[in-house]
Write a new protein. Structure first.
Length: 147
């Protein structure tokens, strides 16, 4: 069952109340009776999208990556335009292709170091760290046994 909140205002006595309306059983003849005066009137459904979209002042958007809080969509757009930044939404096609490209590059670099792939390189480093080895920059390459 789908329900929606509807403000009910009596045109005769001025009674005002928020009332839950069943959307499944809603028809044009839905009537409401005022509990104070007993007058009946027809309630028309107002079902639609919210009139406000984007950032609302009551709930600002906090960007941990940028280290900034945005209190309106206009403020965020101006900041992004000023700093020539582009927002990526998680899961869209561009985000997925960017992530796949980064994974492929990491696998190529791990193969150059002598590992099967990036996951194998990380696994090897984790095992070495567990033995008490402290890595330095450039470590992670497998040592050639012939040298």
């Amino acid at each position: 069952m789908h329900r929606a909140m509807r403000s009910v205002h009596c045109p005769m006595c001025g009674y005002l109340e928020d009332h839950m309306v069943d959307l499944d059983s809603l028809d044009d003849n839905y009537t409401f009776a005022c509990p104070t005066e007993g007058c009946e009137f027809r309630v028309m459904p107002e079902v639609g999208f919210p009139s406000i979209s984007g950032i609302q002042s009551a709930s600002p958007e906090v960007s941990k990556q940028l280290g900034k809080t945005f209190y309106s969509s206009a403020e965020k757009k101006a900041y992004m335009k000023e700093h020539k930044l582009v927002e990526f939404h998680k899961g869209d096609a561009e985000d997925i292709s960017r992530r796949d490209h980064a994974r492929e590059r990491a696998d190529i670099m791990a193969k150059r170091m002598g590992h099967r792939d990036e996951a194998n390189r990380r696994e090897t480093l984790t095992k070495e760290k567990a033995k008490g080895w402290t890595p330095t920059p450039g470590d992670g390459k497998l040592k050639d046994a012939t040298r």
